[in-house]
Design a protein around this ligand. Structure first.
Ligand SMILES: Cc1cc2nc3c(=O)[nH]c(=O)nc-3n(C[C@H](O)[C@H](O)[C@H](O)COP(=O)(O)OP(=O)(O)OC[C@H]3O[C@@H](n4cnc5c(N)ncnc54)[C@H](O)[C@@H]3O)c2cc1C
Length: 429
């Protein structure tokens, strides 16, 4: 047998599972979803198709939180800490992005009304003590009969990308063991209508973002009020508003992680030692692949809609998809969406298995998926022609919804900054 033939035989035998490439635990790498993942995907897809999609146009026009849809989601167990816990329990990390992709395939505005709470939950989960998690996470969601939402408030009028510029202060009142918060938060998803607000404030401005801490503002706390509600380009079923904190007093126990840990961290920073904890950044890093998955859902919805349209729509006596320019656009959309999904799944898997994002893989996933969503939805409008530009067809809404994914949770420019710094070790500006 020639050398080439021997190598070929070995490859075939390993591919068949009887060689050294397979071990007793089966193959180490697979992209095949397991039964649980498939079941959850199909369950969320069914809700997205049956409940979310039919309601999408109405709530986009109303620009209001779709409470009846949130309630439906709560009733079937899709909205609630148990659902999030079930998604998180998947050790591969894939269930969370899969569920998000399916929900946002239904509609992104309603999707955000349902998933907006999870940013506050991620902050509590990432930075809270076990007692704080047990106390506050269920309150973020309320009950199936009486669902609530939660808000994560980091951005301010003068502190968007520049998180270190946060001016909201938190001062400790030792006599009463209370924290007193003052400041203005901007663009908070669910801001003011939330039961639980998680607020990032500075306890020492000189330390910039290392002087930040996260606080839970319990429901009904005096001095925490909604400011102006934002009228938006897209995601209009999701409420966005300023939040004013005016001598807002919360118990000492509302500092996530506790005072002892904060004092230790601040002491380390003041001594010039490294501190890995930056309150807002930690929350964003963990949630980026999930946000990328939401963008993917929008992109896929626009792709699927425009593919069907291109097969139906006749011009010059034939379906428009018979023109390469249309067919190639759809081929590129499919390829870009699949490529973005692989980056999202990789980052989700890395995050869940505790691997360090050495090359900012979380940022890569969100950057790619966000840009693919904007590009694909714009292509979808082009494929639908004049119809695509009207509110009679959903791709117009999808395009408006997609745009936020290059802006929030770190703009595309900031993601590129994070990636370029990670790969180079240079403090690129
Ligand atoms: C619908 C919606 C929902 C939101 N929800 C929340 C929420 O729930 N909680 C929350 O805290 N925030 C929320 N935000 C705020 C969002 O995270 C910020 O809008 C975002 O971080 C960008 O900040 P900015 O708008 O101040 O833009 P800016 O920071 O002013 O940026 C403006 C432009 O300058 C670019 N830029 C800035 N700095 C640099 C740099 N160093 N290098 C290169 N380019 C740069 C940016 O990329 C961007 O293109 C939300 C915003 C919207 C619109």
């Amino acid at each position: 047998m020639s050398d080439d033939a021997a190598v070929a035989e070995q490859i075939v035998s390993e591919a068949a599972g009887d060689g050294a490439g397979a071990d007793a635990d089966g193959p180490k790498f697979t992209l095949e979803l397991n039964q649980d993942q498939q079941d959850i995907r199909d369950w969320v897809h069914g809700f997205a198709e049956g409940v979310v999609r039919p309601a999408a146009e109405e709530w986009d026009e109303r620009e209001e939180t779709p409470w009846p849809v949130i309630q439906e989601a709560a009733k079937i167990g899709l909205y609630g800490f148990e659902a999030l816990g079930q998604f998180w329990a998947d050790e591969t990390g894939l269930t969370l992005p899969i569920a998000n992709e399916e929900l946002f395939w239904g509609d992104a505005g309603i999707g955000m009304a349902i998933m907006g709470t999870s940013l506050a939950v991620a902050a509590i989960f990432g930075q809270g003590t076990p007692e704080q998690m047990g106390e506050w996470i269920p309150q973020c969601f309320g009950t199936a009969e009486d669902p609530k939402v939660a808000a994560f408030c980091s951005s301010e009028p003068d502190a968007g990308s520049d998180v270190a510029a946060i001016r909201t202060t938190a001062k400790y009142d030792e006599a009463n063991d209370e924290w007193v918060l003052n400041g203005q938060k901007a663009w908070a998803t669910n801001g003011g209508i939330a039961d639980v607000h998680v607020v990032i404030a500075t306890v020492d401005r000189e330390l910039k973002s290392r002087g930040h801490a996260a606080f839970v503002i319990p429901p009904g706390t005096k001095g925490c009020e909604q400011g102006a509600k934002v009228k938006k380009h897209g995601l209009r079923a999701s409420h966005t508003a300023d939040v004013h904190l005016d001598d807002c007093r919360v118990p000492g126990s509302c500092l996530l992680g506790g005072k002892e840990k904060l004092d230790e961290r601040l002491a380390r920073v003041r001594e010039g030692k490294r501190s890995k904890s930056q309150a807002a950044m930690q929350t964003f890093e963990a949630s980026r692949p999930t946000v990328g998955a939401q963008a993917l859902g929008i992109a896929r919805a626009a792709y699927e809609y425009s593919l069907e349209y291109a097969k139906e729509r006749q011009q010059f006596g034939k379906a428009i998809i018979e023109n390469q320019s249309i067919a190639f656009a759809l081929a590129d959309m499919k390829m870009e969406i699949d490529a973005a999904r692989l980056l999202v799944w990789r980052a989700a898997w890395m995050g869940r298995s505790g691997q360090k994002f050495e090359n900012a893989e979380g940022s890569m996933s969100k950057l790619k998926a966000g840009e693919v969503a904007v590009w694909s939805t714009e292509r979808a409008i082009q494929i639908l022609g004049g119809n695509g530009y009207t509110r009679e067809f959903p791709v117009e809404r999808m395009h408006r919804d997609a745009k936020i994914y290059t802006i929030f949770e770190g703009t595309s420019e900031i993601q590129r900054l994070v990636i370029s710094r990670a790969i180079s070790g240079v403090h690129v500006k």
